[in-house]
Structure formats: structure tokens, C-alpha cells
Design a protein around this ligand. Structure first.
Ligand code: NAG
Ligand code: NAG
Length: 332
């Protein structure tokens, strides 16, 4: 198959899958709270069976939230946090809830200052007016009301779950799966408008996750395979490199290969940058680098082998007077 046609097909596949993701609907807006609370906006957070409902008062900067985490065991803590300073865990201002072994639901705030946090209780960097929680039908709900600076309507937020130890201290959350991608950007203001339309910051997370995955697979892995196949299979098929005299042919080849290699290098950079931006999925970086090294080794072996064939062939053709008539249209 032609190289550019293959790229077109990949792009087409990515576009189609993204449209499918966008059309998947939102499930938080139909939820009704046992305590009759109502919220004007909500967001299906996409991972860890979590949902955020909120009211935002523009005049006062007051935010009322209900964070729901469904399908959890009783010996589990949950947390929802805003990070006013950066993305990710450190610096997060967390709202935490869990059930003690005596069956009492506790809810409190915890500023996260290190990765080694035990989510100890403490005041947040902004005023918190209320916090409470309830655990019903394997669902933990944290209710809170707090005030953000008025110019801070878009925040980074993270949510988590983890085990509660026998002594009621909180254990570390998992470092795999959905627990490392449970973060997003949330716009309290426009979220109210877009929440029921497209999904919002959170379904964006899901979107980003799948989009990133597709990109990584298609551009970062399939394309190098495609290029390697195209390059080395030609040799395998014909075991002949054309002994072209035409110097324009050489320029054309340089151009052709130059473009191909630039595209690969750019997509590799793109993927590494993507991994850095979604800092939570850093675990993919060493895996992807390992895949690249593997490709590199295979390419080096095949390249050596190719040039062996090419040089042997050249030696043969230069010893053979009829060689010049054996020119093939193959561009390697
Ligand atoms: C915002 O808070 C102010 C002061 O408490 C109140 O008068 C106003 O009605 C609130 N606005 C909304 C939309 O709830
Ligand atoms: C928000 O306002 C505060 C105080 O008025 C200011 O210090 C801060 O830099 C502002 N932040 C942004 C993002 O504009």
C-alpha cells in the first residue's frame, strides 16, 4: 500500500474514533440526591466512577460541591481536590472522606504537601465553610462549600481512592490504571453552560486519554513499523537496489526519506511531550522509550543487512556489463 495512503487511513481511523467518543453521553445530570440538594452543573469525571456536581456563585466566589464516588468498598477512602498552583498531586487542597472501622463516616480537609502524605487533617489555602459526607449503597458522597478568589474560576482538580488501614490511617492509592489519570481542568463558570452539551473538562479527560492512546499507538508505534516494513520488505522482495545514474533520482530519494524520517521524529517528540503534559501517566514514558529502543535495534540490524545486499549487488553489477539494463524503478 502506498505510504501516504496508509497515513490517510490512520488519520481517518483517529477521527472516527474521536467522533464516537464525543457522542457518548453524560450520566451525571439524571442523578437525584437523597437529601434533595440540587446543583446547576455536573460533570462525569470519566475515571474512578466519579462525578462532580456544583453550584457557582459569581458574585461571592462561593462554590458548593457534591463529589460522588460510586462502587467502593467500606474500607476505602476517597478524596477530591483542587490544585490552585499546578497540575497533579502536590499542592492539592483536598476534601477527604472515609468510613472508620466503627462505621462512622468522617469528612475533613487536607492540604497535600508531599507525595508521602497520609492525608492528615489540616486547613486549606482558601476558606471552607462546610464539609460533610455520606456513605450509601457503596457510594461515598462528599458535600462541601468553599470560597475561591473571584478570578479563579478554572482550576486543576484531582480525585482519588485508596485503602483504609486497620488503625484507620489511610493507605497509598494505586499507582496504576485509572488512579494515575484521575486529574483534569475544571471551569466552574463555563462548565455550567457546557456540562450538558459536550461533556466538559472531565469527559475531556477521557477523551484525552483515548486520544493520547490512539496517537501513541498509531503515530508512535504503527508508523515506525509501517516505515520499517516499507523500507526493508522492498529489499526482501527484490533483493536488488537500482544502480541509478540519474542524480535527480538521488535528490528525490533524499527528499523522500528526509520527509519520512522527519515525520517519525516529530511524532516521537509529540508523544513524549504528551506524556509529560499528562504527568500522571509518566509510567508510559519508560515503556515507550523501551519500545523505541527495540525498534532502533531492529532497524539497525535490518539496515546493516540491507546495505550488505546493496553493496553485494553493486559489486555484482559493476562486474557485469549488462548491469545498466537491469535498472529497476525501485526507489530505496
Ligand atoms: C450569590 O450570593 C449572593 C450573596 O449571598 C446572593 O444574594 C445571590 O442570590 C447568590 N446568587 C446565586 C446565583 O445563588
Ligand atoms: C487573582 O487576584 C489576586 C488578588 O486580587 C491576585 O493576586 C492574583 O494574581 C490573581 N490571579 C489571577 C490568575 O489573575
Amino acid at each position: 500500500m502506498d505510504f501516504s495512503l496508509r497515513i490517510m487511513l490512520l488519520i481517518f481511523a483517529c477521527v472516527i474514533s474521536q467522533l464516537l467518543i464525543l457522542s457518548s453521553s453524560q450520566s451525571c445530570s439524571s442523578y437525584s440526591f437523597l437529601n434533595q440538594n440540587t446543583y446547576r452543573a455536573c460533570s462525569d469525571l470519566g475515571v474512578l466512577k466519579s462525578f462532580l456536581h456544583w453550584n457557582y456563585n459569581e458574585t461571592t466566589g462561593t462554590i458548593e460541591i457534591a463529589y460522588r464516588h460510586a462502587s467502593i468498598k467500606s474500607q476505602t477512602w476517597v478524596a477530591w481536590a483542587i490544585n490552585p498552583s499546578r497540575k497533579g498531586m502536590v499542592g492539592s487542597q483536598a476534601f477527604v472522606a472515609h468510613q472508620t472501622s466503627a462505621g462512622i463516616v468522617q469528612a475533613y480537609t487536607s492540604p497535600v504537601t508531599t507525595y508521602g502524605t497520609g492525608l492528615e487533617e489540616g486547613p486549606l489555602s482558601f476558606p471552607v465553610q462546610k464539609i460533610s459526607a455520606e456513605f450509601v449503597n457503596n457510594e461515598m458522597i462528599i458535600y462541601s462549600m468553599f470560597v475561591l478568589p473571584k478570578n479563579m474560576t478554572t482550576v486543576n482538580h484531582v480525585w482519588q481512592d485508596g485503602p483504609v488501614n486497620k488503625d484507620n490511617s489511610l493507605g497509598m492509592h494505586a499507582l496504576t490504571g485509572e488512579n494515575v489519570i484521575s486529574l483534569a481542568t475544571l471551569d466552574f463558570l463555563s462548565g455550567q453552560i457546557v456540562a450538558t452539551k459536550l461533556g466538559d473538562g472531565s469527559s475531556n479527560l477521557m477523551f484525552k486519554k483515548i486520544h493520547g492512546g490512539l496517537n501513541m499507538v498509531s503515530w508512535g508505534i504503527l508508523m515506525p513499523i509501517g516505515v520499517m516494513t516499507a523500507r526493508y520488505m522492498k529489499v526482501l522482495a527484490l533483493k536488488l537496489r537500482p544502480n541509478k545514474e540519474n542524480k535527480y533520482r538521488t535528490y528525490w530519494n533524499i527528499y523522500h526519506h528526509g520527509i519520512g524520517y522527519s515525520v517519525i521524529i516529530l511524532s516521537i517528540i509529540n508523544i513524549l511531550k504528551g506524556i509529560n503534559i499528562l504527568e500522571a501517566v509518566m509510567i508510559w514514558k519508560p515503556i515507550y522509550i523501551a519500545i523505541l529502543i527495540f525498534f532502533g535495534i531492529i532497524a539497525a540490524i535490518l539496515e546493516t543487512w540491507t546495505w550488505n545486499i546493496v553493496l553485494n549487488k553493486r559489486l555484482q553489477t559493476s562486474n557485469d556489463d549488462s548491469g545498466k539494463e537491469k535498472i529497476s524503478s525501485l526507489g530505496l
